[in-house]
Design a protein around this ligand. Structure first.
Ligand code: C5J
Length: 220
């Protein structure tokens, strides 16, 4: 087993059986005019983690380990978007409406693209997900099973919504989950801090956390 110094205690993983899941590093959340900013958020803290996420991705690529990207996106007819989700937010624009980067949170629209610095390489998987969790209504679980992966490192946005939801989904399915502390971000610093704390509380009830540099060093 290989080991990464983490909280609440060291994270062990079998070499070659670890994958990185990068959650929703798409323009909708990170650039002005997307879903995040339409909801009234300041997107700059999320944009600031792009170089750190890139360092983590590069570490996995250099180690020959899988990098899986997700995007939160709906079909253009919104048949996979519950009316309750569409109604939420109360802003001027909502899911499916046309904004400065095309239709908001719709697969195939410019705003749904990953930010260019974090674009998937040919051969890397991109999961388009209609929910906050990446296992719900996607092939992610089958894909991981087929590759024999039981250990997952997480990065991306937002910490307390799509990242945490996916980590909890993964945890319930038996995956050992490690969150890269500085490669995830929230529009609300207090929500990020609380999420990191609750993940690693009670002996790692949802998983582990560690800084990106420590994780990358542990892959070598
Ligand atoms: C949100 C996400 N916050 N990717 N999505 O609606 O966290």
């Amino acid at each position: 087993m290989s080991m990464i110094a983490a909280q609440p205690y060291d994270y062990s993983f079998p070499a070659g059986r670890l994958a990185l899941i990068v959650i929703d590093m798409q323009r909708d959340f990170i650039e002005e005019g997307g879903f995040g900013s339409v909801l009234g958020n300041d997107v700059r803290p999320l944009a600031a983690i792009v170089p750190t996420v890139r360092r983590l991705i590069d570490g996995f690529r250099a180690a020959g380990l899988p990098v899986i990207h997700t995007r939160e996106g709906h079909r253009s007819d919104l048949s996979d978007c519950p009316p309750a989700k569409r109604a939420r937010g109360g802003g001027a624009l909502t899911i499916g409406d046309s904004g400065p980067m095309g239709r908001i949170l719709v697969d195939g629209e410019p705003g749904n693209d990953l930010v260019p610095e974090l674009a998937a390489l040919p051969g890397e998987t991109v999961i388009v997900k209609p929910g906050k969790g990446a296992f719900y209504a996607t092939p992610l679980g089958d894909l991981l099973k087929a590759q024999g992966i039981g250990h997952l490192v997480f990065a991306g946005v937002t910490t307390e919504v799509c990242v945490q939801t996916t980590m909890r989904e993964a945890n319930d399915r038996g995956y050992e989950c490690l969150l890269a502390e500085d490669a995830t971000e929230s529009y609300f610093p207090e929500f990020k801090a609380a999420t990191l704390a609750m993940i690693r509380a009670q002996g790692g009830i949802v998983g582990w956390t560690a800084p990106t540099d420590i994780i990358v060093a542990g892959l070598r």
